[in-house]
Write a protein that binds this ligand. Structure first.
Ligand code: C2E
Ligand code: MG
Ligand code: MG
Ligand code: MG
Length: 280
């Protein structure tokens, strides 16, 4: 069966596929208007340390389609990448995220929180990517030290040098970097060592089956060991059970995110501590 999954889709030319392709073309057309119509919003998923203290959140985009309801980013981000719409859409995400950071910065209880923003490969490869980020930071007044950018291996694939250069320039402003979906690509330790990263995020597919699969346990242990040896923070995403969390804490993982703690939520539904943690 054909899946609405973007580039990797295998095409069988039957009626069902025809329908799928038409649906996708319609999505493409609608995407172009969605930004003007204000159909996107961000939801936030908190990230915690091993003591269950919130460290910050990841911003995740949602598309409230007028007739189709909620469309998953897994479906529309690849289409937005193809058409180049990801560039203005990415700017919009960053603007919203920075506004949220400013709101947090204004209250002592939340001033320490970081916000991670997903950056797609096409967006990162724009020649003026660094300038775009600088512009949004300046316009919003968000503290760059609280902003984290999540890249994937594909963001860096075809021009590693240019990518590293952009990362360095942004790091000079205080921005931090996470490598998302780690373990699903082909990064060698040699390559990883060259990237000015702060975090690696273990792909949720390894976390999901963690306690069912000896292979996944071995992979996760290896990723954690690799991260620790490169002095990177290791984030586990897709943590759904106390059992998984316990195993990951024991294995030395640093940051945790997943339905066990909370789903991605609209900002007004996010529960944060009301008072700052007392400083002794
Ligand atoms: P991602 O960055 O790896 O985000 C993690 C995904 O896992 C999110 O799906 C999140 O809702 C989901 N998730 C979190 N905790 C759990 C859990 O415990 N169990 C399970 N089963 N899933 C969990 P979502 O929001 O559908 O996003 C999917 C992908 O779309 C993201 O993967 C990211 O690659 C992309 N994306 C989302 N927002 C943006 C954005 O603003 N810009 C760009 N470029 N890409 C985005
Ligand atoms: Mg992410
Ligand atoms: Mg991920
Ligand atoms: Mg993902």
């Amino acid at each position: 069966h054909a899946k609405l999954a973007g580039r990797d889709t295998i095409c069988f030319h039957d009626d069902a596929t025809q329908a799928v392709m038409e649906a996708r073309n319609e999505t493409r057309r609608d995407l172009r208007l969605a930004l003007q119509r204000g159909e996107f919003r961000l939801v936030y998923q908190l990230q915690y340390d091993a003591d269950h203290r919130p460290l910050g959140a990841e911003a995740l985009i949602r598309w409230q389609h007028p007739s189709r309801g909620m469309v998953s980013p897994a479906e529309f981000i690849p289409l937005a990448e193809e058409s180049g719409l990801i560039v203005p859409l990415g700017d919009w995400v960053l603007e919203q995220a920075c506004r949220q950071l400013v709101a947090w910065q204004q209250q002592a209880a939340t001033a320490h929180l970081t916000l991670a923003v997903n950056v797609s490969a096409r967006q990162f490869k724009e020649p003026d990517f660094v300038e775009r980020i600088e512009r949004v930071l300046t316009a919003s007044g968000a503290n760059p030290h609280r902003l984290k950018l999540e890249l994937t291996e594909s963001s860096l694939l075809d021009d590693v040098e240019a990518g590293i250069d952009k990362m360095r320039r942004l790091k000079r402003l205080g921005i931090r970097f996470a490598l998302d979906d780690f373990g699903t690509g082909y990064s060698s330790l040699q390559y990883l060592k060259r990237l000015p990263l702060d975090q690696i995020k273990i792909d949720q597919s390894f976390v999901n089956d963690l306690l069912l699969s000896g292979d996944d346990m071995a992979i996760v242990r290896t990723i954690i060991a690799m991260g620790v040896s490169l002095q990177l923070e290791v984030v586990a995403e897709g943590v759904e059970t106390a059992h998984q969390l316990g195993w990951l804490v024991e294995a030395g993982c640093h940051v945790f995110q997943g339905y066990y703690f909370c789903k991605p939520l609209p900002i007004d539904q996010i529960e944060l501590p009301l008072a700052p943690i007392a400083v002794s």
